[in-house]
Design a protein around this ligand. Structure first.
Ligand SMILES: Cc1ncc(COP(=O)(O)O)c(C=O)c1O
Length: 359
């Protein structure tokens, strides 16, 4: 079976050496040596500051909302993984959707403005498939209406924008380091905060609210979502190999683009945003065609995912104020084709042939 992605597993001996050291030290969690090392290396690799490692990308969103004191309504994208919206509801916030651009799949600034109300406290846009949102326009809207901006950057690991890190925009950006992601720590995630004081507060918050500057007492509300040492050493190993992973993915991406150009529609890339080759989404004419190709691939042991489906304005536990027509239309017609470092060229051409034969 060829799945949409395959977890990158680093050199076993190198990983074992780290595991042996963890056993020797006998210290496996609570901001250990390897979590601290990974934090520093990631800040350096990503060119960011105030990066807080956490247990997963969903909790990264929740911690960011809490640390930035969101309340009331939060404008977000209905074209995302369910966690972007469910994390808001889980925190007692009200998700209000705005629609996406049909070409870039990211939130459309004009639609954000329409969704602003007296109760809005923040915007949570998504860098969909690693493609940068219109960060300047979103920043201007936030400034005008005094709103916080938290980017869900789960797909945007390492993406550069106009010569700086895309992850440095907004009041915070969250990342997911799930095993299916480009860079992973088995499960894991991070929040990158703009403000050092908010970062410090969040660092206490992920450890039950214990504040070392207050004699170690819990002087604020907290939760437990710390990354552990086993997760961190997986991250250290994967980070060492990241250039290799990116180059393999770029190669496969290039073949798909060359062979499918003019046959299916691609996501339009923000011209100022570099690619990280995290996904290969393709858009079909209609849902029938997308489902036909999904089925044809499945018959050949290939799993193309309907990602993201369904559009989140259809979630049964959200009272969406309005239907999001563009998000629904893209959701119904999109498939992500398999993309991972060990996918062979032979298999890539097989996938391409099945798509071409069934269109
Ligand atoms: C856009 C987006 N946001 C949030 C998440 C949640 O991350 P995690 O699975 O690490 O909790 C994901 C995970 O796939 C995602 O794709």
């Amino acid at each position: 079976m060829i799945n949409i992605t395959k977890t990158y597993l680093p050199d076993r001996l190198k990983f074992n050496d780290y595991i042996n050291e963890i056993f020797k030290l006998g210290y496996i969690t609570n901001n250990g040596k390897f979590v601290q090392e990974l934090q520093k290396k990631l800040e350096n690799y990503l060119s960011v500051e105030n990066l807080l490692l956490v247990a997963n990308g969903t909790l990264a969103l929740q911690v960011a909302y809490k640390a930035l004191e969101l309340k009331g309504e939060v404008i977000t994208s209905s074209f995302s993984f369910v966690a972007t919206t469910s994390s808001l509801s889980w925190e007692g916030l009200e998700p209000v959707f705005s629609d996406i651009d049909p070409e870039t799949f990211c939130m459309e600034p004009k639609s954000i403005v329409k969704a602003v109300s007296g109760k809005t406290s923040a915007i949570v846009p998504v860098h969909v498939f690693g493609n940068a949102c219109e960060v300047e326009a979103i920043g201007d809207i936030a400034k005008e209406h005094n709103l916080k901006v938290i980017y869900d950057g789960a797909h945007a690991f390492g993406v550069r924008y106009k010569n700086k890190s895309l992850l440095s925009f907004g009041d915070a950006t969250t990342l997911s380091f799930h095993a299916t992601k480009l860079f992973h720590t088995i499960e894991g995630g991070a929040v990158i905060f703009k403000d050092k004081e908010v970062y410090k507060k969040a660092k206490d918050m992920i450890n039950f609210g214990f504040n070392p500057d207050a004699g170690g007492l819990p002087d604020k509300i907290g939760i437990n979502c710390k990354m552990n040492e086993f997760q961190a050493v997986m991250g250290l190993c994967v980070l060492d190999d990241i250039e290799y992973i990116l180059s393999k993915r770029a190669g496969i991406h290039g073949i798909y683009v060359k062979e499918l150009n003019g046959i299916v529609k691609f996501q339009e890339q923000n011209p100022f945003s570099a690619r990280n080759y995290s996904y290969f989404p393709v858009l079909f004419k209609n849902e029938r065609q997308a489902l036909k190709i999904k089925e044809a691939l499945k018959k050949n042991g290939i799993d193309a995912r309907r990602y993201f489906y369904p559009s989140l304005d259809t979630l049964p536990y959200i009272k969406a104020k309005q239907i999001m027509p563009v998000s629904r239309s893209v959701s119904e017609r999109i498939l992500c084709l398999p993309l991972y470092d060990t996918l062979s060229e032979e298999d890539v051409f097989r996938i391409i042939k099945i798509v071409k034969d069934n269109i």
